[in-house]
Design a protein around this ligand. Sequence first.
Ligand SMILES: C[S@@+](CC[C@H](N)C(=O)[O-])C[C@H]1O[C@@H](n2cnc3c(N)ncnc32)[C@H](O)[C@@H]1O
Length: 254
Amino acid sequence: MLFLFVLPKLPNKEAHRIIMQHPEDKKVFVKEKFTSISKKYDLINSLVSFKIDAYWRWITTRELKQFPTGAVLDLCAGTLPLSLELTRQAAERRVVAIDFCEDMLRAGVKSLPNDARRHRITPICGDGEELPAKDNQFWGCTVAFGVRNLANTQKGLEEMYRVLKPSGKLLILEFSRPTNPIVKPIYAFYLNKILPLVAGMVSGDKEAYEYLASSIAQFYEPEELLSMMKKAGFAETYSRRLTFGVVTVYVGVK
Ligand SMILES: C[S@@+](CC[C@H](N)C(=O)[O-])C[C@H]1O[C@@H](n2cnc3c(N)ncnc32)[C@H](O)[C@@H]1O
C-alpha cells in the first residue's frame, strides 16, 4: 500500500513499472482504472483501434467452433464485447462472464442488445486468480486483453486450467509488440503519444492509457506466455500473430 502514496511523485512509466511488480498494488490500481474508464471503454476501443478490435475478437472466437453448445467462460469480460461475439457465433452457447470490476460489467450489461443473446450471458463479479467456479466446468475459456492485467499471470492460467473440462480449449487474445522495423517505431509513437492523448481526452483519465502502453511494453514475449501456459498444464499450445503482431492469439488445450 505504501507504493500508492509514493507513486504520484514518480513519472508515470516508472510508477507503473513499480505497481506491476507488486501484485496487491497492481490489483487495486487496475480495478480503479477500469472503474474510471468503464462508461467510455467501448467508444474509446473502437476509436483508437479503428474498429479492428471487433475483427480480433471475431477471429479469436472462431477458434471455439468445435464447441457450439454448452458453457464458455469469458474471463476479464469487461463490457462484454467478447461474450457477445461468443453468443453471436453459436446460437446455443451460454457464456459466464467474469470480471472483478463491477462497473465494467454494468456498462456492458446496459449496452447488450435487447434480444435472446442477453439471456445467454451471465455476468459475475469475481477475481480471475480465484475463480468462483467448480473444477471441469467449461468447454472453452476466453480472455481478451485481460491476461496482461492480472497481478499473478501464472495463478490465473492455473485457474483457467482448473475450470476447463478435459479437452476444453483456452483462447487468449492479448496485445504484443510488432517486430517489423517499419511498423515498430510508428506503432510505438502511436501507443505512447497519440493514444494516451486521444483516449485521455475522451475518458478523462490519461493515466489509464499510459498504463496501457507501459503494460504492453512490459508484458511477456509470446514464447514466454506459451511456456507459462504449458507449466499450468495446457497441451497443444501455439500462438498466432495478427495485424503485424499488434496482438497475438494464444491457444491451449486441457
Ligand atoms: C482491457 S479490459 C478487457 C475487456 C474485454 N475482455 C474486451 O475484450 O475488451 C480488461 C479487464 O480485465 C479485468 N481484470 C483485470 N484483472 C482481473 C482479475 N484479477 N480478475 C477479473 N478481472 C480482471 C478488468 O477489470 C477489465 O475489465
